[in-house]
Design a protein. Structure first.
Length: 183
């Protein structure tokens, strides 16, 4: 397993070692011991989520507030997505900064997004299946959504066409509104 730290502290890209032959391929997609060694702390995943989305769907940016903050280990098992993490840890030197990474069935990369980050993705292929493990249970009362195209965040989604959003994501808040909630 290869791992690459990103510009955002604690966000890590994991790339499995893939064994391919005439029958197909095999790889270990998750190893708890190795994962904890790389992230440097104990992590307990409690929920697995799986979504299927059409081209140009944008899901996010989502996060859960305390005490239901969620760390996520995200991968794309069919198609391709542009996956984004935004640092919303008020004490962090990279607060309000973001990173994006292409995750696909082909590259088999996974993105570790710890608690305190917003997460979203944009579907680049005709459809995409995204799976992610979470470190806490979903709680609708603790859900917060940041607006995907907030100018203050300045995320380049590489969206060539109109994005398809859920009604809930259309009314997400800005980074400034999020900071006002935290005061």
């Amino acid at each position: 397993m290869k791992f690459t730290p990103t510009e955002l502290q604690d966000v890590i890209i994991f790339e499995p070692k893939v064994f391919e032959d005439q029958r197909g391929f095999f790889y270990e997609s998750f190893n708890h011991k190795i994962f904890e060694e790389v992230v440097g702390r104990e992590v307990n995943f409690v929920q697995d989520n799986h979504s299927n989305s059409k081209k140009n769907v944008l899901r996010g940016l989502h996060l859960q507030s305390k005490p239901y903050e969620q760390g996520k280990l995200v991968r794309c098992s069919k198609g391709e997505i542009y996956d984004v993490a935004v640092d919303l840890r008020l004490e962090s030197s990279t607060f309000g900064k973001w990173i994006g990474e292409n995750l696909s069935a082909e590259n088999k990369k996974q993105l570790w997004i710890p608690e305190g980050f917003a997460h979203g993705f944009y579907v680049l292929s005709e459809s995409a299946e995204v799976q992610y493990k979470t470190t806490n249970y979903y709680s609708p009362k603790h859900e917060i959504g940041l607006h995907w195209n907030d100018v203050e965040l300045g995320i380049d989604w590489f969206a060539k066409n109109e994005v398809i959003l859920s009604p809930k994501d259309e009314v997400n808040i800005t980074l400034r509104q999020f900071m006002n909630l935290r005061k």
